[in-house]
Design a protein around this ligand. Sequence first.
Ligand SMILES: [Fe+2]
Ligand SMILES: [Fe+2]
Length: 190
Amino acid sequence: MKATKNEQPFITDVQELRSRARAHLDDGAVTPAYRGDVKQTIDILQTVLATEIVCVLRYTMNAVAAAGISSDSVKEEFDQHAKEEQEHARKVAERINQLGGRPNFNPEGLVSRSASQYVEAPNLVEMIKENLVAERIACEHYSELIRYFGENDPTTRVMMESILVNEEEHANDMHDLLVAHEGRPSLPQR
Ligand SMILES: [Fe+2]
Ligand SMILES: [Fe+2]
């Protein structure tokens, strides 16, 4: 980008940017333009990672355990969600790594790091209900995080926004399944 004599260049001089990047090679993707609190961001993303792993486990277990009349389509839905939760976990882990952290996949303490719970439901309808609860918790938690990251960490914010879109679909899918299997809406209709 070229700047005329009296104008301030829009971006910092390219040479300067390059030498700064070289001087902080250890910082990986975290450059001086990063306005977030790196340590705090990594800590937050570790809880998101744990939440996503718990979701993978719950949906996978549900897909295997789902039984009864017309459970095939529900099994398929659970499997699909498990796959998507796995993708979320991977994205979040990659971001932690980019920020210089070590993604925590340790099964020890997993549930206490997670925002959602791992509940063993006794039947199909209860499974669907538990998943709906977990999805609603994820939606609320992630909405908060998106506001927190704001302009200070747009990369993490955009990632969380893309995950949130998917969690809202999941919540909607679970709600539809519940209506189909219970014959009535479980949430108040607006
Ligand atoms: Fe997810
Ligand atoms: Fe989800």
